[in-house]
Design a protein around this ligand. Sequence first.
Ligand code: HEC
Ligand code: HEC
Length: 458
Amino acid sequence: MAHRPPARAAASAAALVVLLAGAAAGSFAIGASGTADPPGMAGTIGAHDGDLTAEDVDAIVRHGPWPVAFEPDRSNRASGRPAAVALGRRLFVDTGLARTGTVSCASCHRPELGFTDGRARGVGIEGLDRNTPSLLDARLQHWFGWDGGSDSLWAFNVRPLLDPREMGADAVRVARRVAAEPGLACLYREAFGAPPGAAPADRVLVDAAKALAAFVETLDSGRTVFDDFRDALARGEPPAQAASAAGYPADATRGLRLFVGRGRCNLCHLGPQFSNGEFHDIGRPFMAAPGRPDPGRLGGIRAVLADPLNLLGAHSDDASRATAVRTRHVAATHRNFGEFKVPTLRGLSRTAPYMHDGSLSTLRDVLRHYSELDVDRLHSDGEALLVPLRLTPRETDELLAFLATLSTPSTARGSVAAGSAELPGTVGAADSLGTVGAADSPRTAAGRASGEACPTGP
Ligand code: HEC
Ligand code: HEC
């Protein structure tokens, strides 16, 4: 467990103790109920949902409501501003920023793959050490990168621009590109109130990263059938009725009960985003290459403290520095070595392969990891959060059925579907986004409208 778990994590850990006490007292039917099903009942709606206890329902309701309302990032004056969103959307697909002219953010963060790339590890100008994470719902995080090496979305965005293996640019190149391309220059002026040529290159680089952040903040994953089920439970509907109204499958309900119960998954994958936003060692290997370990969170803490763009630095637009509380208090200890960020579990159906190094190809492989876990590999000085689960094949299928419901768009009327982004100039991406059935989030739509006065496309 991370050293300073947020209050939310502590509260949920307390809830878990209650849950486990319930299990010990025999109020849980996990495992036993699975075998009691009549043949052919798996997947039917409403079967055995009555098995959810009040404690289960309470734990499930904590994974919402969804979506989480937008709040502007006070450290980024461009956050939530339509002109900045429009500029960020253009920059996101602009290969002209890269040293080689061949790579853009969208090369690795492909909309049709939930803003991932389908590879084990990202490849830009050269290959990277880590898996490309989804950008959907990124606005809800407070540490960025698998190691949390940045404390804001905008500070993170500078890294891929400059990293020689990703886009290999420098401040001067980015500033020149923004000033030279009429559409970008026009949007920059609208977003930041002055032409890019008037500011020093470093400033334009950071502003470009802030506009990219304003755009990434509009990437919401949309409501799922899980959210419909959860909301019905939150309204106090009986589980069987809630499941049938939401179209929530019975095997997924059993998987969900395992998730919040015996599986103890929500010890770390908690809250609406199914992540506590912190860092843990779950016993995955952490070699970036033979003989070269990936230090994970230990390196991330050192990086964020040394970063001139961190929230304590001069580039934050939050004069109060209230947003910098976590940064001020974070400190590295040796146990952070090999810890990685707890990822969201929403939208996983499009984001394989999994884990910080893309070392597991399927969700079945992930569950096998948790089932067969090598406890000797785990940090000896940490709390024993994980035990090998020894899942039966049926339990594995039920957990998979549950995880799938976190990717299945809600069918409720008026619900905003997943992947609600449309990118200019990427025909393939825009096309496949259409098939997701995307409705625009208001911020995305406002961003597009705002760019209308500026010239389009280089
Ligand atoms: C070569 C592939 C590649 C390119 C190009 C790329 N990214 Fe990424 N992105 C990654 C990888 C890999 C990570 C994980 C990095 C890490 O953990 O160190 C990542 C992480 C991120 C994150 C952190 C997400 C999180 O949940 O922590 C953000 C935000 C992000 N990228 C935005 C961008 C933006 C904006 C651009 C363009 C300026 C960009 N990326 C270009 C591969 C890429
Ligand atoms: C101790 C905290 C913790 C617990 C408990 C936990 N996880 Fe995780 N989970 C993590 C971390 C950390 C990672 C990323 C590890 C890495 O990349 O090396 C992860 C990764 C995952 C992933 C891969 C997601 C992706 O995008 O790559 C899935 C799926 C997942 N966990 C599901 C579960 C399930 C199901 C359970 C319960 C059986 C569970 N987790 C229990 C911390 C936890």
